[in-house]
Design a protein around this ligand. Structure first.
Ligand code: ZN
Length: 568
């Protein structure tokens, strides 16, 4: 997902590593104010409490009453108990009223409190179940983003849309709202005359009713997480394109936009085909090739990667990075879904780095430069938070850390593993966890395999610890024997310590650092040395003296640079 309040601001930020121009400082403070304002008003639902259940299939049958801002729904969950359970618990906000619960087709007793429907039916391990919940009411909006079902309008015509990330699905439909319990889904939406419904998977039929209402029947046959199920309904106009896979298979690209924005979307959306092609090359083929990819306009300031049907806000329709970001989520987020909300950077850091990879492959841009443009260069700056989300009930509380610092983590892994092993690791990670879920530890294990050694130390300092290293660097050269002695001094000045599982490792940043040596004749060379101490000196014996030496000139490392050494 991309929230435009952040997205647009990120791209306005052009800073050097050392000093921020006054304009950027004011933009940061505006963004921080925005964050504080959101923090003050945020309401969240409690964390997902995993039940020993495996939901295998959802059937959503929902009727929309856009003018009244109400819905009436009937949702069937089919699945199995993984262990003995006393009662089945289904998430549904109490703002909606449950009228009836059917167990294998017969009405049963239930309780609806604390945003959960409890059905007192004991299940034995392995026992399958089919429970139907009938409900109606006015869906509530909740959380920071916010999420739930939105009733809005464009040019005088109502629009109904949903955005359920992170835990807004139970604001409009009953489900076991755990991102690690994926299922297939039938999504049947009945709307008044004049409405078109966009959703996940393939449109199987549009069923007309005698009164002019219609039921759109969408079926998602690939496993999908509850937060990725979405519907959007308004007087859409449609247009399409064709994606050709590497093996020649063709797949439709379906676009649903407001009539007044058709021309704008027709100009902007063809980049989607190019993004899918580039990502198929880098990550492996588009993961939902038997269905489609599409985008549907919705009333929200940003975009959301609903599986096979991204929702995109009117203000983001022509924003290339947003279109590309949501396309990348079809691999990272949708094909491989986070295991818990702590792992949100596996969605957002990946999609953010994918924007950079797209610009690199499609336009020849320098990825390091693009990343540095999204950094203020300060240890206590925007990216000071932890990449691993500490609060699972509110995973989007630190967007710069999850998105931008998460992208930096991938860039630094690319530096550490090298081009070939890094991209092979990404493809293997995608292959191994395809249509399932992965945790930060799962990703670490795949990277460690391709690195050839444990990367626990890397994840400890870049993913689980806040902040970044603060380096001071100096060099000097003196004649020695027939040649010269180059002395490099590196100091780490950050005050926070890295928590190490291995007590033999120092509680500071361990990284290889590139030193670029330049000579009087215009030639240069790069030496890569491992910095493993807080204050470290390297001596190199050289046949000729360099005229300049720079520290991490290509900007591989997320860092703050200081000019002066600190006495200890
Ligand atoms: Zn995203």
């Amino acid at each position: 997902m991309i929230r435009c309040a952040w997205g647009l601001w990120l791209f306005g930020l052009l800073v050097s590593a050392r000093a921020l121009p006054p304009e950027a400082v004011s933009r940061i403070s505006e963004a921080e104010k925005w964050r504080e304002r959101v923090d003050a008003g945020v309401s969240t639902r409690r964390a997902v409490e995993p039940q020993p259940l495996d939901v295998e299939h959802y059937t959503l049958q929902i009727t929309l009453f856009p003018e009244a801002r109400r819905i009436a729904g009937r949702v069937t969950l089919r699945g199995r108990a993984m262990a003995a359970i006393e009662s089945l618990q289904v998430d549904l906000l109490t703002a909606l009223t449950v009228t009836r619960v059917l167990w294998e087709g017969a009405p049963v007793a239930f309780a609806h409190a604390d945003d959960r429907v409890r059905v007192l039916m004991p299940l034995a391990p392995g026992q399958s179940f089919a429970v139907t919940i009938e409900y109606a009411g006015e869906p509530a909006i909740l959380g920071r983003l916010p999420s739930g079902m939105f009733f809005s309008a464009h040019s005088g015509f109502p629009v109904v849309a949903t955005l359920s990330e992170p835990n807004g699905a139970p604001a409009w439909w009953p489900c076991v709202d755990d991102p690690a319990d994926k299922a297939t889904a039938d999504i049947e939406v009945t709307v008044p005359p004049g409405y078109v419904v966009a959703s996940n998977g393939l449109l199987e039929e549009v069923r007309p009713h005698p009164d002019g209402w219609r039921t759109y029947v969408w079926r998602e046959r690939y496993p999908i997480a509850t937060y990725l199920i979405s519907i959007t309904a308004t007087n859409f106009v449609e247009f399409s394109d064709v994606y050709q896979a590497q093996d020649g298979t063709t797949m439709p690209l379906l676009y649903y936009v407001y009539p007044e924005h058709l021309e704008r979307a027709r100009r902007a959306f063809p980049i989607t085909r190019e993004a899918l092609r580039v990502f198929a090359e880098i990550f492996g083929e588009y993961p939902f090739l038997a269905e489609k990819y599409g985008m549907a306009e919705f009333p929200w300031d940003g975009a959301m990667e609903h599986q096979t049907m991204t929702s995109i806000g009117s203000s983001a329709l022509t924003h290339v990075d947003t279109i590309v970001h949501e396309a990348a989520h079809q691999w990272w987020g949708n094909m491989v879904t986070l295991r818990t909300w702590h792992d949100i950077w596996l969605n957002e850091g990946f999609a953010t780095y994918s924007e950079i990879l797209f610009r690199e492959r499609a336009y020849g841009a320098d990825p390091g430069q693009l990343l540095r443009q999204r950094d203020d260069g300060l240890a206590s700056g925007r990216l000071r938070g932890t990449v691993y989300a500490e609060e699972a009930t509110d995973p989007f509380d630190d967007i710069p850390a999850i998105y931008t610092k998460g992208a930096w983590v991938l860039h630094m892994l690319r530096y550490l593993l090298g081009e070939e092993r890094f991209f092979a690791a990404l493809r293997e990670y995608g292959r191994r966890f395809a249509y399932a879920n992965a945790s930060t530890e799962d990703f670490m294990r795949v990277c460690s395999e391709f690195y050839g050694d444990s990367l626990q130390w890397f994840f400890e300092q870049w993913v689980y610890a806040p902040m970044r290293p603060i380096y001071a660097f100096a060099w000097s050269v003196q004649p020695e024997g027939a040649g010269y002695r180059l002395r490099l001094r590196v100091q780490q000045q950050q005050t926070h310590l890295i928590a190490r599982r291995d007590p033999a490792l120092p509680p500071i940043y361990i990284m290889p650092v590139e030193f670029t040596l330049r000579y009087a004749d215009g030639t240069s060379e790069v030496r890569r040395l491992w910095n493993r101490a807080r204050d470290e000196t390297f001596d190199l014996l050289l046949p000729r003296p360099p005229v300049s030496v720079t520290f991490d000139e290509r900007g591989w490392i997320l860092k703050e640079m200081r000019a002066d050494f600190r006495e200890r």
